[in-house]
Unconditional design. Sequence first.
Length: 190
Amino acid sequence: MKPIKILHLYPDRMNIYGDFGNIISLTNRMEWRKVSFEYHTSSIGNKLSLDYDLIFMGGGQDKGQIAVAKDLQTKSSVLHDHLMRDVPILTICGAYQLFGKYFITAEGNEIPGIGLFNVVTKATEYRMIGNIVISNDIFGEMVGFENHSGETELLHGASPLGRVIKGYGNTKTSNYEGVIEKNAIGTYLH
């Protein structure tokens, strides 16, 4: 059986709240089930291939996202190709924002995203922090921890990952959390 190829984007720069734990959990579960896998990373300056089976990227601080955002533009077409081939993609917090159309910083600067998700994010002075529970018709209840000041607006045609039961989600008042597009998920749940 061919090994599952996991790609972890920018693990050296986007791991602010221990998002590497997602990779640990995934690879441990594969090992327990004796599923063969290969773990690959890509950071600034690396090229991507088209043969990954799962892609993950975690969160980072707003200032650190600028360099990542520039490099991510060079990987945009390959990531869009993965989306079109239904490759599972999981983006958390800062990655969620950078996979959207753009992110407006607290200073009013626009950081372009790659537009994989039809969302826009704007930094606010309000910090949305704490435990969060959301409900999704397919996955059921999902539990996580959120810590963000960006408010993410779903644009026309974008579907939320879930409805907020406890916590904030995309904004202080939206009652929705994350986004799901084909097999790609953007979320604030750490």
